[in-house]
Design a protein around this ligand. Structure first.
Ligand code: C2E
Ligand code: MG
Ligand code: MG
Ligand code: MG
Length: 286
């Protein structure tokens, strides 16, 4: 009895495993070409500032426009790229695309909004990668306060000293630094005292379904802590108006969620943020 049970689960497991490995190899094989052919597209999701009811920023979120498979969401390929190392190139590619967008707006005389990019935990083993970001940023000549780096909480425990060093280096350049997915991992609160970020991004998990009375008190508390530490607060994954109104009275700074907009292509974002495209001659990512 137990034997056949084990057998079934082993067969099942190896099937899943096999499909995963085939898919993983497929992605790895295509990666070089995908980067060269500019198959990665950078979408922007607006961040709404509640105090002024305006779009006051955006997050850059990458998609892979595979010629055969169409638009692939990041959760399907980023974990693979984190294993095969291509994530370093991809994050730099996204950063350069964002610098290109900001430069485009500046050249058109359009007042830009700050844009944040995500940084994989893979980078955070040492701060050397920042030199490459810095070179790109210098090449595009963008005011540093228009750029924000999002670090994910889950990486934090592995090497606190390196992390703090990286945040210091980011601040030396002048970029803003935010902590992504806050509240989704372990010991977030204790960690806050050591990690000198500028912005806290409340994880989507806080806003799944009905927040509940206890949930609301927790959110209020976190926003309060954030304010006491002189940090800004962005609520992620907000999907309905009652949540927006709750966040407004809780004095959350910004809301990023489907309630206002999904991540959209750059030209769509311009219509939302500036009321019109900032220029007809946008050529796409560099
Ligand atoms: P993230 O950085 O936490 O980004 C927020 C994710 O939440 C995005 O998913 C966004 O589309 C989604 N989201 C925002 N508002 C809502 C909402 O109201 N409802 C729902 N259901 N979802 C919402 P996306 O674009 O699929 O990205 C997933 C994750 O992939 C990101 O999570 C980030 O960790 C990673 N990622 C995306 N782009 C990059 C990149 O260029 N580099 C790296 N290293 N990671 C990236
Ligand atoms: Mg993020
Ligand atoms: Mg997040
Ligand atoms: Mg995330």
């Amino acid at each position: 009895k137990t034997n056949s049970g084990k057998l079934v689960s082993r067969v099942f497991y190896s099937d899943v495993e096999r499909i995963r490995m085939v898919r993983e190899k497929e992605i790895t094989d295509k990666m070089e070409r995908a980067l060269e052919n500019h198959e990665f597209v950078v979408y922007l999701q607006p961040k709404y500032e509640l105090e002024h009811d305006t779009i006051a920023g955006a997050e850059a979120l990458v998609r892979w426009d595979d010629p055969e498979k169409g638009m692939i969401p990041p959760n399907e390929f980023i974990p693979v790229l984190e294993r095969n190392g291509y994530i370093v190139e991809l994050d730099l590619y996204v950063f350069e695309a964002v610098c290109g967008m900001l430069r485009h707006w500046l050249d058109k005389g359009q007042k830009p909004v700050p844009i944040s990019v995500n940084l994989s935990r893979v980078h955070l083993k040492d701060s050397a990668f920042l030199m490459r970001f810095r070179e790109v940023w210098e090449k595009y000549d963008i005011p540093a306060d228009l750029l924000e780096i999002e670090l994910t909480e889950t990486l934090v425990f592995e090497n606190m000293e390196t992390l703090i060093h990286i945040i210091d280096e980011i601040h030396k350049i002048g970029f803003t630094c935010s902590l992504d997915d806050f509240g989704s991992g372990y010991s977030s609160l204790n960690m806050l005292k050591d990690v000198p970020v500028d912005v806290l991004k409340l994880d989507r998990a806080f806003f799944l379904g009905d927040m509940g009375e206890r949930g609301k008190r927790v959110i209020e508390g976190v926003i309060d802590i954030s304010r006491r530490l002189q940090m800004g607060t962005v609520a992620e994954g907000v999907e309905n108006i009652p949540q927006v109104e709750f966040l407004r009275q809780a004095r959350c700074n910004m809301v990023q969620g489907f309630v206002f907009s999904k991540p959209v292509p750059m030209t769509e974002f311009e219509k939302l943020a500036f009321g019109r495209p900032a220029g007809e001659d946008w050529e796409g990512e560099p």
